[in-house]
Write a protein that binds this ligand. Structure first.
Ligand code: B12
Ligand code: SF4
Length: 478
């Protein structure tokens, strides 16, 4: 099972830390469907050299848009050796005909229904060329094969997803295209999610769910169940969910310490045009204040290049983010992924500049913008990163914190990600990245205690910091 990397992630000179953050969770999920006697290995090109001289019966490759070219080269290599090649993932779902030229079997959509169906057919000698997912459920999925993950190669080995998709329909998002033909948002049962969390060693978790708060009832029960587990966690949620009374407090109580929030734009016209209705008429400042009030750091996501943007958008957005005391920001150039409503619109209007998928990486302008040139868009995007992560901007952002400790946490966290990239590179090359996790945990925790304020009754028993296992109902109140 292979997760190919885009070129940048393999550079021997400069390796952004983001490529050593998360293990290939999708592949480890699919490996759970194999039989005990099947031999399997997961290779993640972001963190290791691929062994291409092996002779497997079956090769499975996960294809993202930016790694599609590499994925196809690998697929061709194995097919020349007579190996049955399966391609799946987001890009294959968007463009199955393109992928099919390099595969024996392609898979559209999530793999929980199609992959086991393929395995049965393959073992019977009758694999089909195309499998399209229609049954969407996370009930009775086998445990993720975390034993196949080389934990020491990642800063955040404990990534986890307990839901799939999202209840919203933003035009630029991959979600509607990927989940076409079935449910677009569904969750595990709360008990299954808690069991999966329980299996993860250590304290830190990163939920990769598109919108962990998307089903308020599920999220509330999950957070209540996690209270008392002594976890520190990070996740993604919407502006709307942060403002919903009660839910965020429960999340913070159960260990939430940093949230990725899709603000995307400060312009309501753009929100409407992109059908990001859930952000309309929301007080963005209040979102940040609520998070900070609960000790939760903010990773704010912004998109540049929408039709309403002109060249002033970069400075306005960066200035707003700094003034709010936002700790980290992720900027993107609007990117029309094939299959999305945005792509169809751009294609119909003849605005796509090319179909070189390598450059569909949210760092390049791949379409003709309205309010500026493509060069200005790319330059403004780079300037936004530079301006937001200047030391003086970091210190100004930190000065909005109410306590010295929070200000110091801001400086250390924000500076740690962006100001020390060369150090991260050295740590990654020395294969010591996992040693940095305790530092990340300390930063995330800041001035807050990671122990629960109140014990909850539960039938499950959870690992405590000290390594012993305690039932939650026996947990001391702190
Ligand atoms: C974690 C993550 C990353 C991590 C690591 C990825 C990893 N280790 O898998 C990092 C930080 C490296 C990353 C980087 C980037 N990412 Co990213 N990332 C994600 C994120 C948040 C979660 C992925 C995940 O683990 N999902 C959970 C698992 C369980 O699901 P899954 O991986 O999709 O696998 C399932 C199915 O896809 C399917 N499946 C997958 N492969 C196969 C193969 C076969 C044969 C079969 C049968 C089934 C199958 O079965 C699995 C089980 O259902 C997604 C958002 C999302 N929700 O997917 C974005 C996302 C995948 N990233 C995206 C992008 C654009 C990028 C970047 C270009 C961003 C950038 N500007 O740098 C880079 C480059 C990625 C690359 N290497 O080419 C886009 C992809 C768009 C696209 N059409 O491909 C997404 C969807 C975000 C978004 N909303 O736009 N990313
Ligand atoms: S809220 Fe986020 S995950 Fe959901 S559809 Fe919009 S962009 Fe995609």
């Amino acid at each position: 099972m292979i997760l190919p990397a885009l070129t940048e992630a393999k550079s021997p000179l400069f390796r952004p830390i983001k490529y050593s953050l998360f293990p290939p969770l999708g592949l480890a999920t699919l490996a759970g469907y194999l039989d005990d006697e099947d031999e399997v290995e997961i290779q993640d090109e972001h963190v290791e050299h691929l062994d291409l001289d092996d002779e497997p019966d079956l090769v499975l490759i996960q294809v993202y848009i930016t790694s599609a070219r590499r994925a196809y080269r690998l697929a061709d290599h194995y097919r020349r050796r007579g190996v049955h090649v399966c391609l799946g993932g987001l890009h294959v779902t968007s463009l199955p005909e393109e992928a099919a030229r390099h595969a024996d079997t392609v898979f559209l959509g999530p793999g929980e229904d199609t992959w086991p169906a393929f395995l049965r057919a393959y073992r019977a000698g009758r694999p089909a060329p195309v499998y399209r997912s229609t049954v969407r459920t996370l009930l009775d999925v086998p445990p993720t094969r975390r034993d196949l993950i080389k934990r020491e190669l990642y800063l955040v080995p404990n990534s986890i997803v307990v839901s799939r998709g999202c209840p919203h329909v933003c035009d630029f998002c991959y979600k509607e295209a990927f989940f076409e033909g079935g449910k677009g948002f569904y969750t595990q049962t709360v008990d299954d999610a808690l069991h999966e969390i329980d299996r993860l060693p250590g304290r830190h978790l990163y939920f990769l769910d598109d919108h962990l708060f998307g089903n308020a009832r599920f999220a509330a029960a999950l957070f209540d169940g996690m209270r008392g587990m002594g976890r520190l966690w990070q996740a993604a949620g919407t502006v709307q969910s942060v403002l919903r009374p009660g839910l965020l407090e429960r999340a913070a109580d159960s260990g939430l310490r940093s949230l990725f929030v899709g603000f995307e734009t400060l312009d309501p016209r753009s929100l409407r045009a992109q059908r990001k209705f859930q952000n309309l008429r929301r007080d963005y400042g209040e979102v940040v204040r609520r998070l900070h009030g609960l000790g939760v750091m903010v990773n704010a996501s912004f998109v540049f290049g929408m039709d309403e943007d002109d060249e002033s958008v970069f400075e306005r957005t960066v200035e707003w983010a700094i003034e709010q005391g936002i700790e980290t920001a992720t900027f993107h150039i609007l990117t029309p992924y094939p299959g999305t409503a945005l792509y169809k619109r751009m294609e119909a209007d003849g605005r796509l500049l090319h179909r070189n998928w390598d450059l569909y990486d949210t760092r390049h302008a791949v379409f003709r913008p309205h309010g500026m040139s493509t060069d200005s868009l790319e330059a403004g995007y780079r300037r936004a990163y530079r301006d937001f992560y200047r030391w003086c901007a970091i210190l100004r952002g930190a000065s909005h914190k109410s306590t010295l400790r929070d200000a110091m946490r801001h400086v250390a966290y924000s500076g740690g990600w962006k100001k020390f990239e060369p150090c991260w590179g050295a740590v990654i090359r020395a294969r010591q990245v996992f040693r940095m996790l305790p530092m990340l945990e300390r930063l995330l925790n800041g001035s807050r205690t990671c122990l629960p304020r109140q014990a909850k009754r539960s039938v499950l028993s959870y690992p405590h910091n000290c390594g012993k296992r305690h039932s939650i109902s026996q947990h001391p109140e702190t």
